[in-house]
Design a binder for this molecule. Structure first.
Ligand code: ADP
Ligand code: MG
Ligand code: MG
Length: 910
């Protein structure tokens, strides 16, 4: 390890690193290097690599021996460039010590500014700058940041809420302001600040039992260690868990010469976005503050000014923009904006500081944006010639399309309301409803169609029945991995968790937000995207994606680029029409049994029940004849809507006892119709009982034991198709046999189809009728023997819900009891029912595809489980070379985009 490089220099128009070195230098360090390389004004400094962080934790929190000399060498470099010296009493140089992980973890890691101010360097700096006020302002900032970050947090001290050293020091500052009647921090005079810093140092010693360090080198190394420590701080750890950032990545440390935005009225600091992150518009957007430092702008201590006149809002329209106040600096910053966008070819989020009229760049990174803005930027950047459409398609997360597909709180009204509570944004979109406090009342009112919001301290798996029918969920406790958050995110339901302002009084059915008291039945509105709670019923707006030209352009590109087809899972003509609007190219799953649920199901369900309770083939056939017209018309209406596209009809799948009436009255009616007594009916019903119905008499097994059931269904499908054909429509029915484990099951069923097919041709006097016979692949054995099955099947459709259930051995209906714990403890990275378990069950799927295509290279293969609408799973389906995915209608656009991304990502790999 001799001379192994642990320290990377940047500054004065060059750097050891580049933007591509994020893994080693962290995002901030890599971009500071890049900005130096392209000649932007970056204060010089150096980055200590993430490898040092790894070393530090592997070697009992010590450093490799090469580190110290390399740091000293780099400091010398900075000193030469600036003509100042660190720790010099005449002409001193100060540093910032900044954390920077591979990907940005906003607010999670620590930074200390003004490192190097001591009783020895202070007088020199005052003499040099002739600005005592500025020096003591910097010093009080150092004391408060350093004691908080280095002396308290990094030492593992966990003070009570509000008792941390930083809070106590802030109170001292408040006292000075109060005593003198000052409004802003900037009102403090040099003398005020000087005295304040003395008080602060005493306070630090009082609270932490240690003197504030008065040696620049101690401060520097203390800061460096604290940054490494902060990687294992509580906040950073829980953030990593939520975002799935691996522990072993580590953070880098950036040590950078300070530039000062707090030397007076010709100095300032600010943040900016190269385009408007809220709308995506190609307009420079940002905020700044005169005579300020570091995070003053985002910390909300003073009202930030708008960067340019265009960005002024009601609250700051009376304050000067940078454009007005320092036009030349603004012009320079605008030029840098252009340069950065051309260089990075993406919207950037910048930090800058102006010291006595000179502009310095302190950070750039790819800016976060909402879905609507992401669409607009991606499309416009393609049109501006900045990026090709392939890149534009990668710029929008498929889940961001949700913003156009879910209702949101009307932004115009929202901005004029003050939230009564704030929590974590756990589930997207907006919702309004009446407060209820128990899952039972949520279920009761919710299923009646009333709009309710379930308000709890926290939720548990026992509350799930009430969470589903609620419009949204609000909890006072819990974080982004709490039960409520996980469940809501899984459903795409609006949810706010950890709302600290909320107190619930279950006994008196009251919810208190600060001093606002609301009772059960009162209306509230949630913004789940931002984590806000409003009193009353704020209207929601749903954006019509068809009105958004960027959305349309994006999906148009997606359709040009993708290879996968996207179908939908629907069983009613209404849903099918909706799915067609969303761009579905066929139905991947039409469940025949759907006609026995929900609206208008009474008649057919009753007939089905008669069939289930029949005791002989003769009885059964008689009842099936009654059922036939319902089936046929149901299938026909959907086939007709899907004119020109394939429709996969799955034969009866669930175990029969699911359809048996649970209530006595229903049973009596059934007995009468069947002309048997209730004891006989009871006997027949008991015969249907199974101890493990999910693996019982269902799917193809029903068709084997009662061929007449298959016969009737196939007849209904083919007759519907024949009639539509004669009416001039183009239909492609695909008959799908569920729950198959052995090829012989399929042979058996295919014979039946063949027989019925001949009959239908004769009846309608046709030579042929396009149709396919295929199967669900949802039992592990079917994957293992897919080569045999492909000898008979004309298509495969992976039923990944059951495949996950049977492959993982996780009951789909009972997973609520343990999944949360699995996710919280990181035992599973994702819910396998949401996202395909690629490294495990994915292998079964891959094997099924390969074996199937070995037998029949043209075999049509798709997926119809829940996973068909999950972006990661869609990409997986692309990679294993399926022909299509199928998902619920509102996820069709998401699948189209994910499919295009999979194709682009694949092309980029080659
Ligand atoms: P974060 O990652 O939380 O944004 P930063 O490391 O960017 O933390 O630093 C916090 C604040 O301090 C930012 O506003 C940044 O611009 C400012 N800052 C960091 N280094 C310097 C420096 N060398 N000179 C002046 N300001 C700095
Ligand atoms: Mg920070
Ligand atoms: Mg920053």
């Amino acid at each position: 390890m001799n001379n192994y490089k642990y320290v990377y220099f940047f500054g004065d128009g060059k750097a050891d690193g580049t933007a591509g070195m994020k893994n080693l230098l962290g995002g901030k360090g890599a971009n500071l290097a890049e900005m130096s390389n392209i000649g932007l004004p970056v204060p010089p400094g150096f980055t200590i690599t993430t490898e040092v962080c790894t070393y530090y934790y592997q070697h009992e929190r010590t450093y490799p021996e090469e580190l110290k000399p390399q740091v000293e060498e780099a400091i010398k470099n900075v000193e030469e460039i600036l003509g100042k010296k660190f720790a010099d009493s005449e002409n001193t140089l100060l540093f910032s010590v900044r954390s920077g992980a591979r990907i940005s973890m906003p607010g999670m890691m620590e930074t200390v500014l003004n490192v190097g101010l001591t009783s020895d360097t202070i007088p020199g700096l005052i003499k040099q700058t002739k600005n005592e006020r500025f020096v003591y302002d910097s010093y009080r900032r150092l004391i408060s940041m350093y004691s908080d970050v280095v002396m308290e947090k990094a030492m593992g001290i966990r003070p009570k809420e509000g008792q941390g050293v930083r809070h106590q020091l802030e109170r001292l500052l408040e006292n000075v302001k109060k005593k003198n009647g000052y409004k802003n921090d900037t009102d403090l005079t040099a003398d005020d600040l000087k005295e304040l810093t003395e008080q602060m140092k005493l306070k630090v010693e009082e609270v932490l039992g240690e003197e504030f360090p008065d040696n620049p080198h101690d401060q520097l190394w203390g800061g460096i260690s604290a940054v490494f420590q902060s990687w294992n701080g509580k906040r950073a750890k829980s953030y990593r868990k939520i975002e799935g950032i691996p522990e072993e990545w580590g953070t880098a440390v950036n040590v950078q010469a300070m530039v000062f935005g707090n030397t007076g009225d010709r100095s300032a600091t600010g943040v900016a976005f190269t385009r408007d992150p809220a709308t995506g518009e190609n307009q420079f957007y940002g905020e700044w503050l005169i005579n300020a430092q570091g995070e003053d702008v985002v910390a909300g201590i003073r009202t930030p000014f708008a960067l340019n006149n265009r960005a002024k809002q009601d609250f700051n329209k009376h304050l000067p923009s940078l454009e007005e106040k320092m036009p030349e600096v603004y012009q320079k910053l605008s030029d840098i904006r252009d340069k950065l966008e051309r260089h990075y070819k993406d919207m950037q989020d910048l930090e800058f500081t102006i010291e006595d009229g000179k502009l310095w760049m302190l950070q750039t990174r790819v800016g976060k944006r909402n879905g609507i803005a992401a669409l607009r930027m991606a499309v416009e950047m393609q049109r501006e010639g900045l990026i090709p459409k392939e890149d534009a398609v990668l710029r929008v997360k498929p889940s961001q399309l949700d913003e156009l597909l879910h209702p949101m709180v009307d932004p115009k009204l929202e901005s004029s309301h003050t939230p009564i509570g704030k929590g974590l944004p756990a589930g997207p979109g907006g919702a309004n409803g009446k407060i209820v406090f128990t899952a039972d009342s949520a279920e009761e009112l919710g299923t009646k169609g009333e709009k309710v919001i379930l308000v709890r301290d926290e939720t548990s798996p026992e509350d799930v029945h009430g969470m589903k029918p609620a419009q949204a969920i609000l909890t006072s406790k819990g974080g982004m991995t709490s039960h409520a958050a996980l469940v809501a995110r899984g459903w795409g339901k609006c949810c706010v968790v950890g709302c600290g302002d909320l107190r619930i009084d279950m006994e008196n059915k009251k919810a208190t937000f600060g001093d606002k008291v609301l009772k059960e039945g009162d209306w509230i509105t949630l913004n789940g995207t931002k984590g806000l709670v409003y009193e009353g019923e704020l209207p929601l707006v749903a954006i019509d994606p068809e009105q958004n030209e960027h959305y349309k352009q994006m999906l148009n590109w997606a359709d040009q680029l993708r290879r996968l087809k996207v179908r939908t899972n629907t069983d009613t003509p209404a849903d099918t029409k909706k799915a067609l609007e969303f761009g579905a190219e066929g139905i991947g799953l039409f469940r025949i049994e759907h006609m026995f649920y929900g609206e208008n199901s009474e008649e057919p369900l009753f007939i089905l029940r008669k069939m289930i309770m029949s005791n002989s083939e003769k009885e059964r056939r008689a009842v099936l004849d009654e059922l036939f017209p319902y089936m046929k018309s149901d299938i026909k209406s959907t086939l007709s809507v899907m004119d020109g596209y394939p429709v996969t009809v799955r034969l009866l799948d669930p175990p029969l006892h699911e359809f048996v009436p649970k209530q006595a009255s229903g049973r009596e009616k059934l007995a009468r119709e069947l002309r048997i007594d209730t004891d006989e009916l009871k006997q027949r019903f008991e015969n249907l009982h199974e101890s493990n119905p999910m693996m019982g008499h269902r799917g193809v097994r029903l068709g084997v034991t009662y061929p007449e059931i298959t016969e009737t269904q196939v007849q209904a499908i083919l007759e519907a198709a024949a009639e539509l054909t004669q009416e001039g429509k183009t239909v492609y029915p695909e008959i799908m046999i569920p729950v198959l484990g052995h090829v012989n099951e399929l042979r058996h069923q295919k014979n039946i189809v063949e027989r019925v097919y001949q009959r239908v041709l004769e009846k309608y006097n046709l030579d042929k009728l396009d149709h396919l016979v295929g199967t669900m692949i949802e039992i592990p054995r079917a994957c293992l023997t897919a080569d045999q099955i492909a000898e008979v099947a004309e298509f495969f459709s992976f039923g990944t819900n059951d495949l996950t259930q049977m492959g993982f051995g996780f009951s789909r209906d009972d997973i609520g009891g343990f999944l949360v714990h699995y996710l919280e403890q990181g035992i599973l990275p994702d819910d396998p029912f949401q996202t395909i378990d690629q490294e495990g069950l994915g292998l079964l799927i891959k094997m099924g595809v390969e074996k199937g295509r070995n037998t029949d290279p043209k075999l049509k293969i798709g997926i119809c489980g829940e996973h068909g609408g999950d972006p990661e799973s869609v990409k997986f389906c692309h990679r294993v070379r399926m022909d299509y995915v199928s998902c619920s209608p509102f996820r069709v656009p998401i699948a189209r985009l994910a499919a295009a991304q999979a194709a682009v990502e694949e092309a980029k790999m080659n």
